[in-house]
Design a protein around this ligand. Structure first.
Ligand code: FCX
Length: 371
């Protein structure tokens, strides 16, 4: 098929059957024990969610439908031969689990271009905010305004059956992905993980806006802004030709003042983030002499030994935000592809409302007394 929708329509029944088989044949298989540490540790290490489109390995980093980042770079069609893969190809891969041909990617690019219309009230909603509103707040508000066009919401109001949820979810997802770059560029002109939410049948706009708000936190996606500001302050204090010793002192100063070194560490990863490595290789190829890149490169040598010396940091290596050099709104645009692909599958497989169980300290203490 040249067209993504037809390809999905064919795949969905097979995968529904697969899930059903797991449920009926292995529903009672135990996957591990939950410890008090896991509950207190923000559910770290608990296997608790089905997520078909990607898998994060602590050592290897992310794989999309089984493919590592270098494999995606090799296999997915680029705009020109040997160039970086087109995001449309990644969307195709995430949704279907198959590597698309250049023709399939071109057809999808065209489809997205046709869907890329943003109504006027979206710009007005953004304009109504004060200029001082953070770009992520502007972006999130723009996405919420786009939600007024949700096909899922309309279909749900009309009483669409569960077996058909995926179709308007697909429409909303492709519209959203097509329209986000326009909203993001408007935000720039005017200034300078969504699982749980989506399971309540919130449409892609509502779910994506919720995910964006999570991304806007400084320990998550806002870290790339923090990195840029932090680097700027290093240069202001020490100049561009900073020595390794000066940089070490600066890192210690940050840590001693009780702050984190932005762009380093990760909740799951225990090695250098392959997204970092991919961007580093791009910079080595295209802008090796850029002063900002050289500083980022120097930080790669200086920061990990210091964080290791600190003793408590589980992963001293850089994450994607240490290198990206862009602001969080662009990070947000790119995440729509992953979030929406998974959302379509959530609806296709009819996954249930997610409701992680929380407990009180009383409950934990009672449980521990009995143990
Ligand atoms: N600088 C200083 N201290 C750090 C640190 C860093 N870069 N990374 C971890 N630590 C500290 C933690 O703050 C924690 O200290 P505490 O016990 O006094 O509270 C201790 O080390 C153990 O934390 P750890 O288990 O290693 O890390 P967590 O899973 O709790 O947190 C994040 C992971 C990513 C939040 C943490 O490493 C951090 O704050 N890094 C800096 C911010 C950042 O770059 N975030 C972007 C992450 C990412 F890629 C993304 O989501 O976009």
């Amino acid at each position: 098929h040249l067209d993504l929708h037809s390809q999905l329509k064919e795949l969905i029944p097979e995968q529904q059957e697969r899930l059903n088989k797991i449920k009926t044949e292995h529903g009672k298989v135990q996957l591990g024990n939950i410890t008090v540490d896991m509950v207190l540790g923000g559910m770290r290490g608990m296997t608790g969610l089905l997520w078909e489109t990607s898998l994060l390995d602590p050592d290897e980093g992310i794989r999309f439908r089984g493919l590592s980042i270098p494999e995606c770079q090799k296999l997915l069609p680029g705009a020109k031969p040997g160039g970086e893969p087109l995001p449309e190809g990644l969307l195709w891969l995430l949704l279907t689990g198959k590597v698309p041909s250049k023709e399939q990617v071109d057809a999808l690019s065209k489809e997205l271009r046709d869907r890329a219309t943003v109504p006027d009230y979206v710009y007005k909603a953004i304009d109504a905010l004060p200029v001082s509103a953070h770009p992520m707040t502007q972006f999130g508000s723009g996405v919420m305004a786009l939600q007024a066009q949700s096909e899922f919401q309309k279909a749900y109001d009309k009483g669409i059956p569960k077996s058909k949820y995926w179709e308007p979810t697909y429409e909303d997802s492709l519209n959203l992905i097509a329209r986000l770059p326009i909203v993001a560029s408007y935000v720039y002109r005017s200034d300078h993980e969504g699982g749980n939410v989506a399971s309540a049948l919130s449409d892609p706009y509502l779910s994506f806006a919720a995910a964006l708000n999570g991304l806007a936190g400084p320990l998550h996606g806002l870290a790339n802004q923090e990195v840029l500001l932090w680097i700027k302050s290093v240069v202001e204090e020490c100049g561009e030709n900073i020595t390794t010793e000066q940089l070490k002192d600066y890192v210690w100063e940050t840590l001693n003042s009780g702050k984190v070194v932005p762009g380093f560490g990760h909740g799951v990863l225990r090695k250098t983030d392959p997204r970092y490595t991919c961007q580093r290789e791009f910079a080595l190829k295209h802008l090796p002499n850029d002063p900002l890149f050289q500083l980022v490169s120097k930080l790669y040598e200086v920061v990990p030994p210091i964080l290791t010396e600190l003793g408590k940091v589980k992963n001293p290596w850089p994450n994607v935000d240490a290198h990206s050099g862009y602001f969080t709104v662009l990070f947000g645009v790119s995440r729509s592809i992953g979030i929406c692909s998974q959302l379509i599958w959530d609806r296709a497989l009819g996954l249930p409302l997610e409701r992680p169980k929380s407990v009180t300290m009383d409950w934990l203490e009672n449980c521990c007394k009995k143990a």
